[in-house]
Design a protein around this ligand. Sequence first.
Ligand code: GLA
Length: 650
Amino acid sequence: MLRVLLTVLVSSAAFAETIGLDELDLARMTAGWGQPRANRSVQDQLIRIAGQGYDRGAGTHAHSVLYVALDGAATAITGAAGIDDEVDGALASVRFRVLGDGKVLWDSGVRKANDPAVPFEIDLRGVRTLVLIADPAGDGVSFDHADWADVRIAYEGARPEATDPPREAPYILTPPAPREPRINGPRVFGVRPGSPFLFTIPATGDRPMTFAAEGLPDGLTLEAATGRITGTLPAPSEHRVTLHAKNALGEATRDFRIVAGDTIALTPPMGWNSWYCYFDSVTDEMMRAAADAMVASGMINHGYAYVNIDDGWSVRPGARRKSVSGEERDAAGKINANNKFPDMRALTDYIHSLGLKAGIYTSPGPTTCAGYAGAYQHEERDAARFAEWGFDFLKYDWCSYGAIAPDPTPEELKAPYLTMRRALDAQPRDIVYNLCQYGMGNVWEWGADVGGNCWRTTGDLGIATDLFSNIVNYGFFHHDKAWWNRPGHYNDPDYLLIGHIGWRGELRPTPLTPNEQYFYISLWALLAAPFIFSGDISRLDDFTLSLLTNDEVLEVDQDPLCRAAAPAMRGDLVEAWAKDMEDGSKAVGLFNLDEIEREVRVTWADLGVTGSRRVRDLWRQRDLGSFDRDFTGRVPRHGVVLVRVFPEEK
Ligand code: GLA
């Protein structure tokens, strides 16, 4: 039947030719698992749907998207779609759609395993951009082996070509910070009694600016010209302070809480990490330049504080390169930095002199992931060394500990993290403790018990052309983990990979579209995730900087309740995630995973609120009005609308 239709269509077109989907460049087709294949299923078998075999077509896996460029002179696309029999009756569900120039031309509805293939024959005249989508039909991608069987495009003009998704020009929503003073950043800061205190009041506005504070406890002093608060607090205590920032144009005040107690990092850490920019070629000069850039770019005025060295600072056992070879430890057993870091103490002094904090990295195993000396069996000495060097943050990365505990029991997963926790507790300074073991053993359930301030929940986001899928998977993976987030303890879905990021030696623009970047930053803020940028901080374009420094968005991340968002509405390629804020408002992200603009609606019932509510657009920093029952945003492809829903002021 299909062949008859095709013949009729093709013969009715003057000089029509046909091209099979299998003849297009399927490397451009994305897949949620495995890789798309020409004329085979995703598991490399004959394409077979409900017992019917097909010699031609493409086998893929939801979520899968292919863009095809036409010139308006294609006439039709024909074929059939369904779930491959290789899933053997499993609970697969896929919806196939064909889009033309942003409109849905065909929708298969939800297809299950063993459903017969659905044939289609679609008029393409005038269409310039064709998109083939196999999406997970709202229930996740498990078993979603999707076949496009015997798909052919009839055309009269240029040969159809697989192509890239549409390019979007960056667009800045963040309004420029006013010239008058504005105090940004966290509203609460924790320190252990007796530890050195360093907090720089983040404030935007014209310089010179002078700072003052009322209610500052004995033991702390504020430097008026820089806004740096230093000193120590002798005993557990809590202090309500009023901060002031003044310049020629005005004055800002803000309530601020200082808590001396056992818990530090009372809001998610904000900063920069060297990994996705320099990998293990990081040097002392690069770290200094990063610290300088955090000041020069103004990021420090929005609350960014940590400048963190990742892998590559210690000696690499067996290395020939002079920069990383040498003795791993000195005669006293203290770990040495490699030749790229001639004086660690001088480096942290420099970072601190800018009002910033310094971070370091190691592994509980004998070596780090990149093969450098780790802390195994030297934990106490290494913690002492990090404290003596003046570090304020430690990332502790499982890596070669896998050789020590190859098939770890829950206790073995915790053990190395507890050992380092005890070692850090013995140090006379506060060191934020970042567990990194990629989510093993549901780390979110016990990361706080072993004293972690944050814990990576998944593998590396990585530098991949399909970074957006990783962001969706890693971010939306948090749908049931919100509960574990609380002050001082955070799920960590990995770094912010925007701006220019390193592809081993070469820095390239992030593969994410502007809308995908809004999606990413909004989701991380809603998750109350550590806000650690890992792109090139010395080369920040205006758009990237605008994404990192929107104070209303950062306020979502830094809210003192530290709740993580959870899904309030999960629809068909659209989701609404909501986060409780300390003032009783809700931050809500309306996310669109589709290839076309969608309306995304969240109701007050979804949010568990009633009555008239003021809704504010956080990226634009603009009120949108009062809404009684729901809010609907028009959300671009792979984009977000991030709002805050306030109780109506009486
Ligand atoms: C692991 C971590 C990364 C990075 C590298 C360094 O892959 O997950 O974040 O620290 O190691 O080698």
